[in-house]
Every structure is written in structure tokens, then in C-alpha cells.
Design a protein around this ligand. Structure first.
Ligand code: PLP
Length: 399
């Protein structure tokens, strides 16, 4: 008798993890992995933040028992997320218009939101930016949605083609779900201006679209408040919308899976009903979230000293990435190449405009790994590898 798995096909490899596997197998000492999506410090190491260490030590000393959490997670954590994402003085919070559940990273928040949306607006179409974080499409498709794209990136300017983006939004049917990157667009690094956000909010309102704002990099562009400008504009709009947020990057807590899904409703009474439905989605997926990561983030955000320490460390990460952007622009300028756009783009990533062929040469000839789309992670650059990277890019740009 044949195995029930006999006809199972091999799924395609995750393209980014594939880069890391090839990188790990490379024996060249000067190799650099710009394909990653994490923040490394100037020593090329994944940091464990001092504020996190302090909160973890206190938790270890307290040796708490490990009971189940509520389905929606830790109340102190959810409250802290709301204050951070919406601003603690937001009328939305005072009115009880926001529900927040602790989720398994930003990915978990998107998935719970997607599953709930499938119940709420089963026939709606979902639109993601062209291009977008590669998991957006797969995630909404796996929730049962048809996923299309809206115009976003402009290869000519390495910025946003805003006229085309508006045309895409204006062409959508009512109740279409629009997935937006709050800041530090992944993979391009190209963000909307405040004025453009205002126009996006107006179109979403006029066309009766449903915004799903993905905020995976709060604090990595300009600062915690400045990076929430889209959230503030949506808050003032009177709309209902979804927000996924993540502390993977901002707390360097990738493996602890700490994120949150927030939903803005029209009233406190509506919030209660929506929360009851979202809890059902959680209950049938993983029942309730794990304890550790959320407890650490809640402890840091609710202690004035630890919070200050975290904000300083977050600023340090942001400023280091910024310094690497500026240094790369200057070094490439010295080679006669205008990469000024790299300093305009924000967050961890840049769409460099390097072709798949040039990316291949970077790997073969210089041991530098990047995504074939030309996406590089600026947070993987440091003072010791940047000259090698800039020289190599200049070499592959030669005809
Ligand atoms: N959304 C975007 C745009 C991302 O870039 C990422 C991570 O790379 C995520 C969501 C997922 O974050 P998490 O690791 O917290 O699941």
C-alpha cells in the first residue's frame, strides 16, 4: 500500500531563508549577508536590549507560575500597545473604540485579522502594495481571500508613484481590504509623506475601503510618535480599521513572537461584540498567547526607567541604520554613483535598483548576499563591512 504522502509535492523554498542557508555554507571570511530582515549591531550581532535584560532578570527572580493567559492576552500588555500605537491621550482609547489582543508577532496579528475579516466581509478582495513583504500575499490567500496589488513603488525615482497609487485605490470596490505599511516600507524603504497619507485616508473614506495598517517597524524611521503619523490621521477620520503591530524589531525580540492586533470600532458597545468574535478566532487557532514576551514588553513599557532605556536603545538602532545609509551614499558617490535615494528611504531596507544579475555577481565575486529583487538590509551593514560592500557594488555597476 502506498503512503498517504506519496503524491505530496515539495513546496518552494522560502527565498530569504534560502539566502541565509547559502550564506552560512559560504566559507569566505569577508562574506556579508544583506538578505536578512533583522537588525544587527555594529559588531554584526543580534542585540539583546539592556531594558529587556533587566525586565527578564526581574521576572526570573519573581519566578511566576505559568497559568494560561486570557484568550486576548495580558491586559497590561494590550494597554501598553494601545498607548504606544494610538497615543495614550487618544480619544479612541478614552471612548473604548479600540480592542487589542496580544498576538504571535506581527505575522500572528495579520493572520488573526485576516481570519476575522474573512468572516466579516467574506467576498471582499484584499490589496497589497506592489511590491510588498512577501508573506502578505500568502497570508491573506491562506485566509481564503483573493489578493491583488495596488501601484506603489516607482523604479525610476526609487520612491512612491503616488499618482498611480491613488488611481489604484480609487478603482477598488467598496469593502476592499487595503494593506498599508505604516512606515519603513518592506521591501522598498519608500514611505508616503504626511500629506500623502492624508490623501490616502480621504480616498479610503470616500470609497468605503477597509484599511489594514501593518506597523512592524515603529520607531525605526523617525521616532515612536513620528512613525505613527498614519495612525493619527486614521484616528481623526472616524473610520473603522485594523492595525497589526510587532515588537520583533523594536525590542529585538524576534523569537519571542510578540505582536498585537488592534481594531478600531465605532463605539464601546461595538468593541465588545467585535472582541467576542476575534476571541473565537484566537480560541480555535492557538487558544491563548504565550506568557513571556508580552510580560517583558509590558514590564519595560510600564516602568519609567526601563521605558527610557528602551527608547534610548531604539534611537541607537535607528541612528545606526541612518548612519549606514548616509555612509553608503557617500562611499558610492566617491565611486561616481548617485545613490542619494538610499538616504531618503527609511527603515531597515532599500530597493537599490541592482538587477538580479548584479546581485548574483555580488555573491559570486564578493561573498555579498542580497535578495534578487535588489533589496538590501541596511541594518546588516557596519563600520567593518561597509567599504567592502560599497566597493563591490561599484564593481558590479561597471558595465
Ligand atoms: N509585516 C512586515 C511588513 C514585516 O516586514 C514583518 C517582518 O519582517 C512582519 C510583518 C512580521 O513581523 P513578526 O516577525 O513580528 O511576525
Amino acid at each position: 500500500t502506498s503512503s498517504i504522502f506519496a503524491a505530496v509535492e515539495m513546496a518552494p523554498r522560502d527565498p530569504i531563508l534560502g539566502i541565509t542557508e547559502a550564506f552560512n555554507a559560504d566559507s569566505r571570511t569577508h562574506k556579508v549577508n544583506l538578505g536578512v530582515g533583522v537588525y544587527y549591531d555594529d559588531n554584526g550581532k543580534l542585540p539583546l536590549l539592556a531594558a529587556v535584560k533587566a525586565a527578564e532578570k526581574a521576572r526570573l527572580d519573581a519566578m511566576p507560575a505559568r497559568g494560561y493567559q486570557p484568550i486576548e492576552g495580558l491586559a497590561a500588555y494590550n494597554q501598553a500597545v494601545q498607548n504606544l500605537v494610538f497615543g495614550k491621550d487618544s480619544p479612541l482609547l478614552a471612548n473604548g473604540q479600540v480592542i487589542t489582543i496580544e498576538a504571535l508577532g506581527g505575522t500572528g496579528a495579520l493572520k488573526i485579522g485576516a481570519d476575522y475579516l474573512k468572516r466579516l466581509v467574506p467576498g471582499a478582495k484584499v490589496y497589497i502594495s506592489d511590491p510588498s513583504w512577501e508573506n502578505h500575499r500568502a497570508l491573506f490567500e491562506s485566509a481564503g481571500f483573493e489578493v491583488g496589488t495596488y501601484a506603489y513603488y516607482d523604479a525610476a525615482t526609487r520612491g512612491v508613484n503616488f499618482a498611480a497609487m491613488k488611481a489604484s485605490l480609487n478603482a477598488m470596490a467598496p469593502n476592499a481590504v487595503v494593506v498599508l505599511h505604516a512606515c519603513c516600507h518592506n521591501p522598498t524603504g519608500a514611505d508616503l509623506t504626511d500629506a500623502q497619507w492624508q490623501e490616502v485616508v480621504q480616498i479610503i473614506k470616500a470609497k468605503n475601503l477597509i484599511a489594514f495598517i501593518d506597523m512592524a517597524y515603529q520607531g525605526f524611521a523617525e521616532g515612536i510618535d513620528a512613525d505613527a503619523v498614519a495612525l493619527k490621521l486614521f484616528a481623526a477620520s472616524g473610520l473603522q480599521y485594523f492595525v497589526s503591530s510587532s515588537f520583533s524589531k523594536s525590542f529585538s525580540l524576534y523569537g519571542e513572537r510578540v505582536g498585537a492586533l488592534s481594531i478600531v470600532t465605532a463605539s464601546k458597545e461595538e468593541s465588545a461584540r467585535v472582541l467576542s468574535q476575534v476571541k473565537r478566532v484566537v480560541r480555535t487557532n492557538y487558544s491563548n498567547p504565550p506568557t513571556h514576551g508580552g510580560a517583558i514588553v509590558a514590564a519595560v513599557l510600564s516602568s519609567p526607567e526601563l521605558r527610557q532605556q528602551w527608547e534610548d536603545e531604539l534611537a541607537g538602532m535607528r541612528e545606526r541604520i541612518r548612519a549606514m545609509r548616509i555612509a553608503l551614499v557617500e562611499k558610492l558617490k566617491a565611486h561616481g554613483h548617485d545613490f542619494a535615494f538610499v538616504a531618503q528611504q527609511r527603515g531597515m531596507f532599500s530597493y537599490t535598483g541592482l538587477t538580479a544579475q548584479q546581485v548574483e555577481r555580488l555573491k559570486d565575486e564578493f561573498g555579498i548576499y542580497a535578495v534578487s529583487t535588489g533589496r538590501i538590509c541596511l541594518a546588516a551593514l557596519n563600520t567593518r563591512n561597509i567599504d567592502h560592500v560599497a566597493d563591490a557594488i561599484a564593481q558590479v555597476l561597471k558595465a
